[in-house]
Design a protein around this ligand. Structure first.
Ligand code: PLP
Length: 402
C-alpha cells in the first residue's frame, strides 16, 4: 500500500500501531520458546500471555479467566456458535439477523442443513431490529441468539443489553459479534447480559491472525479446536505468542484512547458526512442516524456504481469501501443494504468511509474536496442520468424477486 494514502477503510482492517509492533518484536526474535515449556523461556512467555490477557480483559470489563485467545473474529464466531449448540444438544433453534457478517451467517446456513432451525431477524430501512420480532421468535427450544453489536457496513448499533434481557428470560445463550464495537464503544462484561463475545485484533491496530473470545464464567464451553490443553482446554494449538502480545498491547492502547479518540472520530465523521450531503445532490446516509459507530459513515450516491467511485477515489490516493462485495465476478449488492430495503439505485452506489484514531482533518478535507467532482463526472456517464423510471423499476422488481 502507498505510504501516504488516505486510509478510510478501518472497518476492513487497521494498521498495526507502532507501539504494538514494538511490543511484539521480541517475541519474534529473542523469546521464541513455547509458553507451555517448563524452562525459563516458558515462564517468561507465560508471563507475557498473562499480561496480554489482563489487558484484553480490562478492555472488555471482564475477568482475565474469561478470555480465550483465537486466531480471528471468524474463529471466535464459529467457536461460540458451536459451543452453544454442543452445550444444549436438546435445543435446535438459533436466532440471528439478516445483516450479520458471513462469519455468523454462513455458519447458520450450514447448521440449517444439519437440522437446525434458524430465524433471521429482519431490519428496517435504518438497519434497526424490531424487538417485538425477537420476542415472538424466542421459544424454549432456542439454544442461541447470536447478534452483532455493530454492523460493519453501516455502523448501526443494536440495543444489545435490551436484547440480552429478553434472551435471558427464555433461557437461551447470548453470543455477540463485537468485532466492530470493541475499541469504539465502552464495554463492561461484568454488568452485561452477554454470555460470549467475539473480538478481532486487526480491527484495533493489532496484526491479523489474532483475536479473542470472551466466555462468561459458568457457561459450558466446548472447544472448536481439539488437541492440547492450551487456553485451559478451550482452544488447542500452540499460542500465537507475538499475536497475543500485540493484541494485549493494542487493547491497552484502545482503552487508553477510547474516549478522546471516539470523540475526535465522531467530529471528523460528522463533518465529512454533513459536507458531502450538503454539496452533492441525490445522496443519503445508510444506517441509523444516531445509534451508529462514531467512526463509520455509509453514504448512497444515487445513479452511479460504488466500484467506479472507489476507483476514482483510489486515483486520489483515498482508500474506502463499497457496500457491495464482488462475488464470483458478479457485482452483487450488499446483503446488509438489501435487507434494509434500499432502492436499487442507492444499493449500487454506496460507499463506506471508516475512520480511526490516526485520521486527520487534512485527510477529511481532501475527501470533501474530491468527492463532488467524482460524483458529477460519473453521473454524467451514468445510464441512469435520464432517470429512466421504467428501467429502474424493472431492476428493483427483479432484485426483490431474487
Ligand atoms: N464480524 C464482523 C462484524 C466483522 O466485521 C468481521 C470482519 O470484517 C468479522 C466478524 C471477521 O473477523 P476476522 O476478519 O478477524 O475473521
Amino acid at each position: 500500500m502507498q505510504k501516504n494514502c488516505i486510509y478510510l477503510d478501518n472497518n476492513a482492517t487497521t494498521k498495526v500501531d507502532p507501539e504494538v509492533l514494538e511490543a511484539m518484536l521480541p517475541y519474534l526474535t529473542d523469546y521464541y520458546g513455547n509458553p507451555s515449556s517448563m524452562h525459563t523461556f516458558g515462564g517468561q512467555l507465560a508471563k507475557g500471555v498473562k499480561t496480554a490477557r489482563e489487558r484484553v480483559a480490562a478492555l472488555l470489563g471482564s475477568d482475565e479467566s474469561e478470555i480465550v485467545f483465537t486466531s480471528c473474529g471468524t474463529e471466535g464466531d464459529n467457536a461460540a456458535i458451536r459451543a452453544a449448540l454442543l452445550a444444549q444438544p436438546e435445543k435446535r433453534h438459533i436466532i440471528t439477523t439478516q445483516v450479520e457478517h458471513p462469519a455468523v451467517l454462513n455458519v447458520c446456513k450450514q447448521l440449517e442443513t444439519q437440522g437446525y432451525n434458524v430465524t433471521y431477524l429482519s431490519v428496517n430501512s435504518q438497519g434497526q431490529l424490531d424487538l417485538n420480532e425477537l420476542e415472538a421468535s424466542l421459544t424454549g427450544n432456542t439454544a442461541l441468539v447470536t447478534i452483532m453489536y455493530a454492523n460493519n457496513e453501516t455502523g448501526t448499533i443494536f440495543p444489545i443489553e435490551q436484547i440480552g434481557l429478553r434472551v435471558k428470560e427464555h433461557g437461551a445463550l447470548f453470543h455477540v459479534d463485537a468485532v466492530q464495537a470493541v475499541g469504539k464503544l465502552p464495554l463492561n462484561m461484568k454488568t452485561s447480559t452477554i454470555d460470549m463475545l467475539t473480538m478481532s485484533g486487526h480491527k484495533i491496530h493489532a496484526p491479523k491472525g489474532i483475536g479473542a473470545l470472551y466466555v462468561r464464567r459458568g457457561v459450558r464451553f466446548r472447544p472448536l479446536l481439539i488437541g492440547g490443553h492450551q487456553e485451559r482446554g478451550r482452544r488447542a494449538g500452540t499460542e500465537n505468542m507475538s499475536g497475543i502480545i500485540g493484541l494485549g498491547k493494542a487493547a491497552e492502547l484502545e482503552l487508553l484512547h477510547l474516549e478522546e479518540a471516539t470523540k475526535r472520530e465522531r467530529k471528523l465523521r460528522d463533518r465529512l458526512e454533513q459536507t458531502l450531503l450538503a454539496t452533492i445532490p441525490h445522496c443519503e446516509v445508510n444506517g441509523d442516524p444516531t445509534q451508529r459507530l462514531p467512526n463509520t459513515t455509509n453514504i448512497g450516491f444515487k445513479y452511479i456504481e460504488g466500484e467506479a467511485i472507489l476507483l476514482s477515489l483510489n486515483k486520489h490516493g483515498i482508500c474506502a469501501s463499497s457496500g457491495s462485495a464482488c462475488t464470483s465476478g458478479s457485482l452483487e449488492p450488499s446483503h446488509v443494504l438489501r435487507a434494509m430495503g434500499l432502492p436499487y439505485t442507492t444499493l449500487h452506489g454506496s460507499i463506506r468511509f471508516s475512520l480511526c484514531r490516526y485520521t486527520t482533518e487534512a485527510e477529511i478535507d481532501q475527501v470533501i474536496a474530491v468527492m463532488p467532482g467524482i460524483v458529477e463526472r460519473l453521473r454524467a456517464l451514468s445510464p441512469f442520468k435520464n432517470d429512466d423510471a421504467g428501467w429502474l423499476q424493472e431492476q428493483e422488481q427483479a432484485l426483490a424477486h431474487r
